[in-house]
Design a protein around this ligand. Sequence first.
Ligand SMILES: Cc1ncc(COP(=O)(O)O)c(C=O)c1O
Length: 394
Amino acid sequence: MSDARREIPLSIPVVSGNEQEYVAECLDAAWLSTAGAFITRFEDAICAFTGSKFAVACQSGTAAIHVMLRVAGVDRDDEVIVPALTFIATVNPVAYLGAHPVFVDCDDFMNMDPDSVAAFLEDECERAADGRIVNRATGRRVAAIVPVHVFGNPCAIEPLEALAREWGLPLVEDAAESLGASWTDGAFAGRHTGTVGLAGCLSFNGNKIITTGGGGMVITDDEQSARRVRHLTTQAKADPVRFVHDEVGYNYRMTNVQAALGVAQLETLAERIERKHRNHGLYAALLADLPGIEILGTPPGTAPNYWFYSALVEPSVFGMDRERLMSGLAERGIQTRPVWQLNNRQEPYLQERSCATPRAQWFWDRVLNLPCTHTLSVGDIEFVCGAIRELGDR
Ligand SMILES: Cc1ncc(COP(=O)(O)O)c(C=O)c1O
């Protein structure tokens, strides 16, 4: 094949283990729906892997966040502290509950900035006589903090956990992108993302490090929360035989077929992370001497899962802006993507409170995510880096 063009997608699902065998087991037994042995097996395997005590498999990461925020006590007209820089699925569940997001800035790794959270709480909120935290300007109760481990980099959990404790707010971790990532230093050394807050929410969407086609999971050490999530994700059945329901629930449970895929994919996770780690190093090494391009590093004291690789494009130095680089790479068959539009600029959230977000804006101007499927060959990565270099030389 000529090296003028190679089709290299950003991130695609890879089926490389026991998926066929496990799904065939479901089909043979006709256990297809939201009950079956693979669901429990997948939940148990995620618990064993992350060290979480309980896990409840859901239809999607978005569903997991929605139901968990409700269980954490978020209610109509409350406010929830969320990052401006994250996929919109972190924020939409806040709106599903009739609550309001408050957007905060990010740190040097695109994760929720604890200083931005502290400034909002200290400068704009007060503790009411009944113990609720109230936003003085809106009069609304602040009900939760939702940090995200963006692109698989564990967030600055120590200060965020300390703030949540100090203000008595539940911390619900959006760990949709970070299965397999953990902290290696500090108070939470050895803990997986999603296991420090009241709960963590995982996603097994098609582009994630492992996939069930679509799916998610709530992980928590809190038995009461796990029980409530299980109840609400299965239509809040109080008596399944007589169809008695004791509150408004959801049809949010994962199917056995999805869970069968999940069990098989999880068996290959360690190998995926190892290859992604190697490929991150390769990108960084191959582009190290190219002025105006930098591969975002990883936060100290963490072991990320290296889900996505973000190139930071400095147009004045590189000689080309991020948009033109993206089109130039697309002409060579290489799929890349900018980071998400900031949520404080998304149409549904223009009226919501946002703290200043200069760092999020800085990343939004520069990030171009490069192909990251773990099966990329050394040759593929050399091709991508060669194309970037060639475009910069023009
Ligand atoms: C940060 C983040 N939060 C939430 C989600 C939602 O997960 P899902 O697509 O499974 O609903 C995703 C992924 O899609 C995500 O990347």
